[in-house]
Design a binder for this molecule. Sequence first.
Ligand SMILES: [Zn+2]
Length: 147
Amino acid sequence: MIYGRCAACKSQRRRCPSDCIFSPYFPPNDPQKFASVHRIYGGSNVGKMLQQLPHCVREQAANTLYLEAQCRIQDPVYGCVGIISKLYQQIHETEVELAKIQTQIAYYKFQNQQFEAESNLSSLAPQGNNMEMEHFQWPSQALNYSN
Ligand SMILES: [Zn+2]
């Protein structure tokens, strides 16, 4: 690459060799990326970690170290764990909310079933017909009372 020294070599004020371990993952146009991992892990430790890994996962490792370093800078006590805990808390609160809503739905369904059952019963035995049956009189009885 003709871009000059990588961000790591620039910050360490050294010559960037052609096989520099940092060069592919810490480009000179993003000095903050190396500054963050250097601050949290130390530049030489990051170099050692990358060297122990196969080439295919080095970029992912460098990006993960960067993310973790940023979290640790923002939250020195908990780092990434702080974000994970907040997300677990949100999941828990949402599950509680969901359980409440499911209970409400079950309650309203039950109420609706009871209402339907009651209205079916009243349509089978309407009150109006009962009243008419109670006041029915045979014509002969009506005659007897009038005498
Ligand atoms: Zn370099």
